[in-house]
Ligand binder design. Structure first.
Ligand code: HEC
Length: 164
C-alpha cells in the first residue's frame, strides 16, 4: 500500500469579518416595541417591492411559521386552529387588508389567537410575508408584479436561505 501524502499547507490568512451586522435594535428599541395602532398601520408603505423574489422569500417563511394555523395554502381549511383567517380571500379579513395592516397583524398579532411574530421574524421578512400573501389573492386584487431588481433591491444581500 502506498500512501500519497499531499501537502496541506494551511495558511491561515486573516479573516476579516466585515460583518455589516444588522442593527440589533439597540438604538432606542422603544419605537420597535410599541404595537402599531390601526391608523398608523394603514399609513405604512411596504418597503419591499412585490417581486417574484420577495414572494418566494415570503413563501419560505410562511411554510415555516404560519401553516400550522393557516394551512399550507393559506386557506385555513385544515381544522387546526379554528377561526384563522382564510388569507386567500381578502374580503373576509377582519383587521384590514392594506399592506400596513397585514404587516401589523403579523408583527403585533391579531384577534385572540393570531400570535405576534415581532420577536421571531424581522420586519423586512414580515413585508416579504405580506407580499407572499398577496400572491395568494385572486388575480384582480393582487398588486402589479414588479421586476426583480427593480426599485434598487440590495444586491446579493439575502439572508442565506434561498430555497424557492
Ligand atoms: C396560532 C395560530 C396562528 C399562527 C401560527 C399564525 N396565525 Fe395568522 N391568524 C390566526 C388567527 C386565529 C387569525 C384571526 C385573527 C382575528 O380573529 O382577528 C389570524 C389572522 C391573520 C392575519 C389577519 C387577517 C385578518 O383577518 O385581518 C394575517 C395577515 C395573518 N394571520 C398572517 C399570518 C402569518 C403571515 C403567519 C405566520 C408568520 C401567521 N398568520 C401565523 C392564527 C394564526
Amino acid at each position: 500500500m502506498s500512501s500519497r501524502t499531499g501537502f496541506a499547507v494551511m495558511l491561515c490568512g486573516t479573516f476579516v469579518l466585515a460583518s455589516g451586522a444588522r442593527a440589533a435594535g439597540d438604538d432606542g428599541g422603544k419605537k420597535d416595541a410599541a404595537a402599531l395602532s390601526p391608523a398608523e398601520a394603514k399609513k405604512l408603505k411596504n418597503p419591499v417591492p412585490y417581486t417574484k423574489k420577495s414572494i418566494a422569500q415570503g413563501r419560505v417563511l410562511f411554510l415555516r411559521s404560519c401553516t400550522g394555523c393557516h394551512g399550507t395554502d393559506g386557506k385555513a381549511m385544515v381544522d387546526v386552529v379554528a377561526n384563522a383567517t382564510d388569507l386567500t380571500a381578502p374580503e373576509g379579513w377582519k383587521n384590514g387588508t392594506s399592506d400596513g395592516e397585514a404587516f401589523r397583524s403579523i408583527r403585533d398579532g391579531a384577534g385572540e389567537s393570531m400570535p405576534s411574530f415581532k420577536n421571531q421574524i424581522q420586519e423586512e421578512q414580515i413585508w416579504q410575508l405580506v407580499n407572499y400573501i398577496h400572491s395568494l389573492w385572486p388575480a384582480g386584487k393582487r398588486p402589479p408584479l414588479q421586476e426583480d431588481g427593480a426599485g434598487g433591491a440590495s444586491p446579493g444581500k439575502t439572508g442565506g436561505r434561498s430555497s424557492p
